[in-house]
Structures are given as structure tokens and as C-alpha cells.
Design a protein around this ligand. Sequence first.
Ligand code: FES
Ligand code: MG
Length: 593
Amino acid sequence: MSKRIPATPNGRFRSQEWFDAPGHIDMAALYLERFMNYGLTPDELRSGRPIIGIAQSGSDLSPCNRIHMELAKRTREGIRDAGGICMEFPVHPIFENCRRPTAAIDRNLSMLTLIEILHAYPLDAVVLTTGCDKTTPAGIMAATAVDIPAIVLSGGPMLDGWNDGELVGSGTVIWRSRRALAAGQITEEEFFDAALASAPSAGHCNTMGTASTMNAVAETLGLSLPGCSAIPAPYRERGQMAYETGRRIVEMAYEDLKPSKILTKASFTNAIAMVAATGGSTNAQPHIVAMARHAGVELSDADWMQAHDIPLILNMQPSGKYLGERFHRAGGVPAILAELLDANLIDGAAATVTGKSIAENNSGKNSRDREMIRTVADPIMERAGFMVLKGNLFDFAIMKTSVISKEFRDRYLSEPGNENVFECKAVVFDGSTDYHNRLNDPALGIDERTILVIRGSGVVGWPGSAEVVNMQPPDALLKRGITSLPTLGDGRQSGTSDSPSILNASPESAVGGGLAWLRTGDIIRIDLNKGTCDMLVEPDVIETRKKDGLPPVPESQTPWQEIYRATVSQLHTGGVMEPALKYTKIAEKLPRH
Ligand code: FES
Ligand code: MG
């Protein structure tokens, strides 16, 4: 068989500079010898075949991604069958529900460590194993910065959860049951049973929370094989997808098909459209911005507002009824893309890992399950994207209008002639401990015209930006049937939450954003027509309050917390590690011997 020549600038793989550099047999021996100790041979590593990394994100500490420990066997077989050599290595775990003070602080850390691995070791291409929320953007940010051929293999959602004959979805069931528990409608045992029933198998969250959103985003960016993201973790297609992904990454290594040849502005605006059409997580905002910035793409507020007009066409929790299994059976992400292509709402020319365009991959894959995936002409809800708000409280915040319930709209938005404007009285909490300690204090006077505000929950304040903005009303209101109040904060909220919240407010209070000068009792005016949110407080009063200084935030507890705080950008600009942005196409320069 004649030797295949990679389409890299010098016709060689970068791993050959370790194992097969002319005149460096002494160094090659040093690099090679320890790989022999588990049975690899010098011939394999010096054969000029691509060495493919599997960035293993599954572990006992990453249960959402643990399926990848099994899937990697099939990925390896695909890599071998296509002529590559596989080297699997661990990536820093990021477990959304367990990592304190918040998993978000580890997205940049995981990215940073993966950049070092991809640059410093003899790897020619990489399979990014993704699943739990931040594992997807972290991997993509790293591979984009390094710019070696990379493909995303999602682990897939858990099977649908059932409890008492009802579908129970990850996260969503917890937010709903928590309210029922506080209102005295269910017991603690029933709460626990419902929560556990939502996790019936291996896999990540089975709602359109942040995990499913970010995997759908990866597929829409063109970074995974078509249909990859929605296959439930235990399904047989998941193992088959792992095998095909392994095969494809070897071809991509030979083609030198790197992220810089795939990711353009159109890829990212397509991804924003996908989030709107599926009722995806508000966490997509900082993650999409962060990935785009590492790819050298600037997104504007207008890019988000344009997607606000896109309708909701997927009937999946938390914005709709069903869960991940039905989404996959209804056609998954290709079926959503087919509808968006038909309606001209995305750019079909965007490139993908298959070497074909997003339109070539997905056109005509429309769903036949119209209960699950509707058409753009007959959607579940009009204008489902995030609304961008600004005013004297912040320069940027978003609101997911697709989760605003009818009950909520009736209470706030249906005053004749005043349908998208409302005023409410602020009750301000400094962080989540303060919220939990004082929420049920009658002295706060929280009623159905209150807006609950939380600050100190941004990237610097928390640190990491916490999912705490989806605050529930006090027990007394829940018992009266008032299940949600408007909320506002400089943190994030869980992607599985159905709270009508104004979140990701930037700049945050800890760095002097307007929220720092808000006081309980102030009136906040929100105008959804104009996209504004302001405290009705005179400028000179605000100036006087500045003499009180910024609200206190907790001290850093670890070295990384301190480094993170010193380097992170606000959520508006992706919460990225600013000094990291100047390093692009890192793989073009080989590390020194
Ligand atoms: Fe990991 Fe939801 S907690 S995917
Ligand atoms: Mg989350």
C-alpha cells in the first residue's frame, strides 16, 4: 500500500517531529521508549500514521460523561480501522451539579489544561468527548485555540425519566418539585423520588438544559457528525456514532481539516438560531461568545436580537413537554436544521467536519413527528430567542422569553395598553446565602409585584458566576399559587429552569455594575418593547450610594479562584480568560525540545 501524504503545509504530521525527526534519533528514542511499556511498537509510532487523541472527559467525578469510558473502545476501533493510532488521556473533570462553588469556574481551567496537552504532546488530531454543560465549550475552546483537527463526540442524554406515569426531566423536575414541597403539596420523600426518577440511565441531562443545548450547538457549529448530539447515551446508535467519529477524525487529520477551516461568523449565528428554535439554555450565551472569541469571531447584541425572532419549534422541556429520547426519534438536530434551512433562518453554506456544508448534511431531514418538531410556519411559540436588555442597572443582560408562563404574562404583562411594560419593587439579596436566610422573612414584604434581585453572583463575585438567579418565591406566596416572580441577577440560571429571569447582567455588582447601587424598595421598570431595564432612582441618589462602597464578596479559597478572578471577562463577553485570547493557531509553532 502506498503511503498517504497528509495535507499539512510540510506533508508531515506534527507527531513525526517527536518520533521521526531527521537527525534526532537520540531524542526519538527517549520520546518513544515509555510508550513501549504497554505494548506499542516503535514501528507503529514511526509509521507516519496520525496519532489521534481521545480527550477523555468521563470519570467517576464526571458521571454525566462517564459513558465515554465505554464509548472510547468503539472510538479506538474506528481510529484503528481508518489507519490512525489512538492515545487516550484524561481532561479536567467538570461536573455541573457537584463542583463547588460552581462548575463554571472550571470551564476556563479545563480549556487551559487541554491547550497545554494538545500543544505539548505528539498529537495530530483530537476527539473531544462532551456531555455535561461546560465540557463541550471547554473542549471546543481549547481545540480552536490550538487549531488541530478536532471532532466532537457527544455522550448523549440519559433515557427519559418517568415517575408516577409522568415524564420527569433532569433539573426541571427539581425546580418544579421544590416549589411543590415549599407549598406543602408533596412530602420530602416524594420530592426525592421524583428527583431520582429523572436520572434512569447513563448520560447527561435529558431536558434541553445546558448539556443538550451545548451538544446541539456543537453539531450546528459543524463540529460533530450529523445526528450525533441527540442520540441517548445507552442507544446502540451511540456506540455506532463513536465508531464513525473515530474513523472520520483520521480522515480529518489527513485532510488537515482544522477548526479554523470550519468556524466562521455564520457557524456561530447558526448556533444562536439553534438555541432559539429549541428553547435552549441561557448558558449558551456566554459559551457561544467564548467559543466565538477564541475562533476570532465577534458577535454583537444584534446577532442575539436577530435570533429573538426565531420561533420555538421543539417540544422539549423546559420550554415544552417531552424529553431527549423523543427528540432523537423525531430526527434530532438534523430535523431542526432542516426546518431552519427551509425557512432560510440559517446559513446553509457553513462548513462541517464531514467536508460538506451544513445544508448538504441536513436538508430534507425534516421530522415526521410533528408533535415533537414543528415547522417554522406553525411553531409552538413565536419569538423564542433571548431578548437583550440594557439600562442603568447593566449594559447587557438576557431574558429567555420562551419560558414565561401564561399565568405570569396575565399577572404582569396584560394591562391594557401596557402589555410589555411593567414596574415592580426590588428586594435585593447579596448572594445565595443571604437569599436563603431572608427569603421567608415577612419584613421584606415580598408580594406578587416584587422582583427578586440577586447580586454578588457574577464571574468575579461568586467566583465563577453561579446558577442562582432562578429564585423561587417565598413559601407564603407559593401556598397562594404564585409559582414565579420575576428575577434579576448578575449570575446565571440553570438551563433546565423555567423561571422568567433577567440574567447574566454585565458588568456585575462586584466590579461596580449598576446592581451594586440598587436598594430594596427601589422600583425597577422593564420595557420589553424597548429592551430596557432601569432602576427608577435619580442619578444624584445613585452617586450618593456609591459612597457606601461595593457590596462585599467572599474571599478566594484556592489559587485558581484568585487567578480566575484576575483574568476573567464579564459574561457579556463570554467569561473568557482574557490573556488567553491572544494565543491562536498555537499548533503552528512546535514546542521546543
Ligand atoms: Fe451534567 Fe446536567 S448535570 S449534564
Ligand atoms: Mg447547569
